[in-house]
Design a protein around this ligand. Structure first.
Ligand code: OOG
Ligand code: NI
Length: 266
């Protein structure tokens, strides 16, 4: 496991921009070359003990992150937690896990087959949370998973890595409103996730969010290559609570729609 927060996120960012070429362009568009503060990153997994949310979380709690919130997504059959670092300029971490036992026996068997292929030593290696896929996957299995859960198919194909980074709009020198960030992105030709509206959340819930639709990358399957959705970029504007401090949590109703940024079809 990593011992330093900055080297961990630098490595995750390098992996992420390989999967998400538009993120590097958007980073330049919004930051104009200056550093950007990341509000949060997110990871996905299955709730099988060997690879579950807490296994991923250890890579963050071991470097000072603290469990700060629980979320439930009934329809998508997911649960999630978010973690914060004592240094508020470090990204928050949102980790979700799919409740595998709530799906068909076929899906359960497929996922167990994947997890059996994960090497125990890989789980605690420095790079586990940006190591990608650890199992064989063919196109028909990917399609079968997709029919039951977009999330299951995404984790099956893309594996362990940040599925998004998130620009902190509050820390951008040239933008204040999320509407203006969205307009700049659309003017530059990027496609936003419109599920539930381009802006998720409101000042009243203390968090406004938007995201791009995931880039498409060529992924190797055991029976050939195919282009599928990889990762996306998110934009978050936080509002102060009554005590004057910015809200640091997430909003489940908004998160529910952000998950759909990796959907194959909208
Ligand atoms: C996480 C979706 C939720 C947010 O900011 O609400 C989220 C995911 O897509 O894995 O990132
Ligand atoms: Ni997010």
């Amino acid at each position: 496991m990593h011992t330093d927060v900055n080297t961990l996120f630098a490595a995750m960012w390098q992996d992420y921009i390989k999967m998400t070429p538009s993120a590097a362009k958007i980073h330049q568009l919004l930051g104009k070359g200056a550093p950007i503060i990341n509000d949060h990153i997110a990871l996905r997994t299955f709730n099988i003990a060997k690879v579950n949310l807490s296994v991923l979380a250890k890579h963050f709690t071991s470097i000072g992150y603290v469990d700060c919130g629980d979320y439930k997504f009934e329809q998508k059959k997911l649960v999630a937690k978010h973690f914060e670092h004592p240094d508020p300029t470090q990204p928050k971490v949102f980790i979700s896990e799919l409740l595998v036992e709530e799906f068909s026996p076929q899906l359960q068997q497929t996922i167990k087959g994947f997890i059996d292929q994960v090497d125990e030593s890989a789980l605690v290696a420095d790079n586990f949370i940006y190591s990608g896929r650890h199992w064989q996957l063919d196109k028909a299995t990917y399609q079968a998973l997709l029919a039951e859960s977009e999330y299951a198919a995404w984790v099956a194909a893309i594996g362990y890595r940040a599925n998004h980074f998130t620009v902190s709009i509050n820390d951008l020198p040239d933008f204040e409103r999320i509407e203006d960030v969205n307009q700049a992105l659309k003017d530059a030709g990027f496609v936003l996730n419109a599920s539930g509206g381009e802006i998720k959340g409101t000042p009243e819930v203390l968090l406004e969010q938007s995201s791009t639709m995931a880039d498409k990358v060529v992924v190797s399957f055991t029976d050939g290559d195919a282009e599928i959705p990889s990762c996306f970029y998110e934009f978050a504007r936080r509002y102060p609570m009554e005590n004057g401090k910015l809200y640091t949590g997430f909003v489940a109703a908004s998160a529910d729609k952000i998950f759909e940024s990796t959907n194959v079809m909208m």
